[in-house]
Structures are given as C-alpha cells and as structure tokens.
Design a binder for this molecule. Structure first.
Ligand code: SF4
Length: 361
C-alpha cells in the first residue's frame, strides 16, 4: 500500500509500476518532441496515457498540465523538479494549473488557512517565480477559495464510498473526516480544468511522484463512474524519482538534515554538499584503484537532476568517477560551487518575485 502522507523512499519503483499498471516512460520517449532533461535522464520513469499528451504536442494542440502543492514546510531543491516540469509543459503548449492544497494542509497537518496562504506565497510561489515560471500564464488558486472546485468535489464524492477510500489510502477508524475528504478535493483539482469553466474535452497530464499515484487512480476511477454526467477524459500522469536526501533517505522538509532548502545561505549550502553521502570508497587509494559508484551518490544526483545541463559534461563526471580519476573532495567542491551559483541567482531574482507572488493569491 502506498499513500501520499506516509510514503517512504525505500519502496521499489519497479515493483509499484508492475503492481499498479504504470508504464515505462522509456517506451514512449521517442514519440516526444524535444523531451526534457528529466525525461531523457530517466528521472521521469513512468506514465499513464502520456501517449495522448505526446500526440497533442506533436500536433501543436493544447493540453492541460496540473500540479498541486501542499503549503507546509520549506521548499527544497527536490521541489525544483516540479517547477522544471511545469516550465517545460508551458513551453510545449499546456494550460497550466497550480492548486495550493490549503484544505489538505489543514486536514492532515493542522495548518490554518491563513498560515497556508502565507507559506504558499513566501516559501513556494516566490521561489517558483525566481526559478523562472511565468505565473502570469498559470492559473494558481487556493483550494479553500474556489467555489467551483468545492462544488465539483462534493458532487463527485457521491459515488465514492468509505471502503473504496480505505482500500486506496488505508484510512483507519481514527482518520478525521476532513482528511478522508481531502482526496476528493484533489480529484476535483485534476478534473476542474476540463469543466466548462476552462478547457472541456482537453487531455490532462499530472506530473507527480509515485506517492501521489493513489489520487491519480481514484480520479481515473471516478471519471468512469461519472461518464454519463461529465464526459471527462481520464487524466494521464508522469512519475518522477525523488531526489535523495543528504543521508540517502528521501529528501524531506520535515527532516531538515536531509534537505537543501532554496533559502539556505551559501555557507550552509556548501557545508551540506560536503556532508552528503557519496558513492566514494573507504580510502583514496581504494577509490583510485576501484573507482567510485556515481549510481549510489547523492552529489552525482544533484548534478544529474539540477546542475549539469550538457550530457557530455555529465558523462565525463560519470566516467572519471568510475575510473577513479575524479575524487570525492574535488567533485563535492565543484558541485557546491555550481549549487551556490544557482542559489546566488535565485536570491537576486527573489527580491523581484515576492511582489509578483503576493499579487497572485
Ligand atoms: Fe560521487 Fe563525485 Fe565521489 Fe563519484 S567522485 S562518488 S560522483 S562525489
């Protein structure tokens, strides 16, 4: 069982794909016009019905891309992946929607609506803008403030019962009703863009981590149940790998020692990179003889996900690491420098972006 609130990174991706019928992204990538780095490098590894979206892109037709964010905790470098994907979708013809899941934050983390709004603006949206997402072209809303969303969620909840919710999410007798209802709001988040208010009969993609798949499955099931009333198209989805935390566990805002936050100072960033778990050997001598293991290295992941755009340069790091001609000290320093440069640019852009973010909600 996977659920969006307690998922651990120890879960086997291959196993989940097989269990829930998620298809390999590598099997359709050749049909995608200008695939993104995350697609080409296998960070995005699975999908449901992305063929439909690939076709829309190649025909220069619009489609819907929807992403949600729960306003709790701070934004870390792993969250940048979502922004990178939304930028790519926007560039490839998507009508992009971002739901601020303040109702979910209230139901599952007891975060008040006022606090949720503040976190959304000051931790997330202003970083989204600083990272280059043009929010003027995106529909951003707070769940609690959207009447059409809440009306749709209530409407859809009529054909979902408790045993189905338990089977999908593992809810217990002690689960509060707001938490139990929160996934229905997310289902409405995914389907509302296809309503008469926005873009009817338009295919939708939801880029998510595998922990969010229960919402996708529930939505697809509800689409079938309501086919006579709404005629929604079942949403497609993509699944990305989580970036590892500094200790190789999942990077998480609730475990500050695992995460590099986008607002960390440059000194802290450097220290964190230098403390990260690598795929290096016990001694220099051994590393020179046997080479390192970039596949197991958190530093290499930072380069692959975020810091090296040119494939050739990334390949060089990989090869030199394997051959033992690149050592971890030097590699960590180079990575810390790249990350600091990224953070310096972000800090400059953030000054301008806070005002934009405040005016969005
Ligand atoms: Fe990781 Fe770099 Fe060390 Fe290789 S040399 S294990 S990529 S830190």
């Amino acid at each position: 069982m996977i659920d969006p609130w307690t998922f651990s990174s120890t879960v086997d991706y291959e196993d989940i794909m097989e269990q829930f019928g998620i298809k390999k992204f590598s099997e359709i990538i050749m049909n995608i016009k200008n695939p993104s780095l995350l697609m080409k490098r296998g960070v995005i590894f699975g999908h449901r019905d992305f063929d439909l979206i690939a076709r829309r892109i190649s025909e220069n037709k619009n489609f819907i891309a929807i992403s949600g964010m729960m306003p709790s905790g701070k934004m870390h470098i792993g969250h940048k992946m979502v922004v990178d994907q939304l930028k790519w979708y926007l560039k490839h013809g998507a009508n992009v929607f971002i739901s601020i899941a303040d109702m979910e934050a209230y139901a599952t983390r007891s975060i008040s609506f006022k606090e949720g709004r503040e976190i959304a603006i000051n931790e997330y949206l202003f970083n989204y803008v600083a990272l280059g997402l043009d929010l003027d072209k995106v529909e951003v809303y707070l769940q609690s403030q959207s009447k059409p969303l809440n009306d749709l969620a209530f409407n859809l909840s009529k054909k979902v019962n408790l045993s189905q919710m338990r089977a999908i999410y593992g809810f217990e007798n002690s689960t509060n009703i707001a938490h139990l209802y929160a996934p229905l709001i997310q289902v409405a988040d995914i389907l509302l863009p296809q309503s008469e208010l926005f873009f009817p009969n338009t295919p939708t993609v939801v880029p998510v981590g595998i922990d969010q798949d229960p919402h996708i499955r529930l939505t697809r099931d509800i689409v079938i149940r309501f086919k006579d009333e709404f005629n929604f198209i079942a949403p497609g989805s993509t699944y990305h790998r989580f970036i590892s935390g500094l200790n190789k566990d999942k990077m998480s805002s609730s475990k500050p020692k695992t995460a590099i936050f986008l607002t960390d100072s440059l000194d802290v960033v450097e220290k964190k990179v230098k403390s990260a778990k690598t795929g290096g050997r016990e001694s220099l001598k051994e590393q020179k003889e046997l080479g390192g293991c970039p596949e197991k290295c958190v530093v290499y992941e930072l380069l692959l996900y975020h810091l090296i755009k040119e494939d050739k340069k990334l390949e060089n790091v990989y090869t030199h690491c394997k051959e033992g001609t690149l050592l971890c000290g030097e590699c960590k320093q180079a990575t810390a420098d790249k990350l600091k440069e990224l953070f310096e640019n972000l800090a400059i852009k953030r000054d301008e972006s806070i005002e934009i973010a405040e005016n969005i909600l």
